[in-house]
Design a protein around this ligand. Structure first.
Ligand code: ACO
Length: 429
């Protein structure tokens, strides 16, 4: 076998350095040995936005962006979406194995036990303005949960850590639904623990006067699949936020709030909301060519297109596109689907998008399904955050138990003024 090393010649000094290659990666710290003299700090890498930097070793999710492959613990996303359930996949990414029947029952019971929130959480949420963005309420309430569970700070206590994990997965749908009811001015609906994870969530969202809410089985299944598709996506912006904040050993509620805040942006989980606004703006299929022209002139982005990792069709978008038909059979077809299909058709044939390898991502079609199911547009990022919470905490746990991890603290290249003497204000001109 060839030697697994990299030889670097520093032309400043003429010296050679041999750096080990492990997992097709060089350790950035090895570059620090490359110095001009003993006083030199050593060579660093410059990588804004972590375009080519691995920040951890992980065993949760594998993505091959060039070939459009996504797997969780080895299982292809297509098989999980077709055959599994959200809670099963949540178990998988936290334990790295699918549960057997007994394990799944216990896991489901344990999470179901934690669906209720303290009454003061309700009071806290009542304090938000009537038109508060649901994601703002969601982020703030998640952070506030840390004040209800101060023991969550003991992150290295295995039992306590497990309890917070169950609480987080169990409570996020409740917090999310309360945020929705708040904006509608409707009474909050308490969890119904006889329903499935998704069924209960739909009940907390949409129950009105009926004694017991009965979710439509097709819509319940569709949302469960959407939850599976959003559960994890390795080192994306919000998961990295979770790891960075968690690396200072803050409690998991605070770290999850930070991750949700990162998700909120329109370049990440807020894109599904932005797609619907874009489709509204385009208005009709006839306006698609003009809109694409504007995007190519750099006057806006085709939201729901492009991805840092996928340079091929996002496999999740493919599954969602199929799912849309099943949902529209029940809810009626959303006329905006035609605009989306035309956008996709035109973009995938256009040199601009082909050259840049821009394909639909997970957010391109998900919003249309959410809309058809009755969720308001500004609620879409919350629908993303509910399942992604399981992914965030899987990564958080992996990070805090990884002996190679430390508090995240990157370096910078300082290009500001050199040292100078202070000038009193009267002499500043
Ligand atoms: N519409 C038009 N042009 C685009 C788009 C788009 N959606 N996405 C990328 N491009 C262009 C860029 O302008 C750039 O062109 P250039 O080389 O001429 O400068 C080129 O494609 C490369 O794009 P980058 O922005 O450098 O790619 P990056 O990896 O930094 O960004 C991102 C990825 C943020 C997802 C980007 O594609 C984007 O903004 N997409 C729209 C927002 C969106 O859908 N986000 C959801 C992503 S999925 C998720 O987070 C769940």
């Amino acid at each position: 076998m060839n030697k697994q090393t990299l030889t670097i010649t520093d032309n400043r000094t003429g010296k050679n350095y041999e750096v080990p290659i492990e997992n097709e990666t060089v350790n950035a710290k090895d570059l620090r040995n490359i110095k001009v003299n003993d006083a030199d700090f050593g060579l660093m890498t410059y990588d804004p936005a972590f375009m080519n930097t691995s920040i951890c070793k992980s065993t949760i999710t594998y993505i091959d962006g060039d070939n459009g492959i996504l797997e969780h613990c080895g299982y292809p996303i297509e098989q999980l979406a077709e055959q599994s359930t959200f809670l099963e996949v949540a178990y998988l990414i936290l334990h790295r194995e699918l549960p057997n029947r007994k394990q799944l029952k216990k896991w489901t019971d344990d999470i179901t036990l934690h669906t209720f929130v303290h009454e003061n959480v309700k009071k806290l949420m009542e304090g938000f303005r009537y038109d508060a963005h649901p994601m703002g309420m969601f982020v703030s309430t998640l952070a506030a949960l840390s004040t209800f569970y101060p023991e969550a700070k003991l992150i290295f206590d295995d039992e306590l850590r497990r309890k917070q994990i169950l609480r987080l997965i169990g409570k996020v749908p409740t917090v999310a639904a309360f945020a929705y009811r708040h904006t509608k001015g409707m009474p909050y609906v308490y969890p119904d623990n006889d329903l499935s994870f998704v069924g209960n969530y739909l009940s907390m969202m949409f129950k009105i006067a009926e004694l017991r809410y009965k979710p439509h089985p097709v819509l319940e299944k569709a949302l469960d699949v959407l939850f599976i598709l959003h559960i994890d996506h390795e080192q994306n912006c919000s998961t990295t936020a979770m790891r960075v904040v968690g690396s200072s050993h803050s409690d998991p509620y605070s770290a999850t709030a930070a991750a949700a805040a990162a998700l909120y942006g329109p370049l990440h989980g807020g894109a599904n909301e932005a797609v619907l606004s874009m489709l509204d703006e385009i208005g009709s299929v006839q306006n698609v060519p003009n809109f694409i022209k504007k995007v190519k002139e750099d006057k806006g982005k085709l939201m729901g297109f492009g991805h840092r990792v996928y340079k091929n069709y996002d496999p999740r978008a493919r599954i969602i596109k199929k799912l849309a038909d099943q949902v529209f059979d029940i809810t009626g077809r959303n006329p905006k689907l035609d605009i989306a299909l035309e956008l996709e058709r035109v973009a995938l044939q256009d040199e601009y998008f082909i050259k840049r390898k821009l394909y639909p991502n997970v957010d391109f079609y998900s919003g249309l399904i959410y809309k058809a199911m009755g969720f308001p547009t500004d609620f879409f990022p919350v629908l993303f955050a509910i399942p992604r919470t399981a992914g965030w905490i899987a990564h958080w746990q992996e990070m805090i138990l990884d002996s190679e991890q430390k508090i995240t603290r990157p370096r910078q290249i300082y290009l500001g003024s050199k040292r100078r003497e202070y000038i009193t204000i009267s002499r500043r001109g």
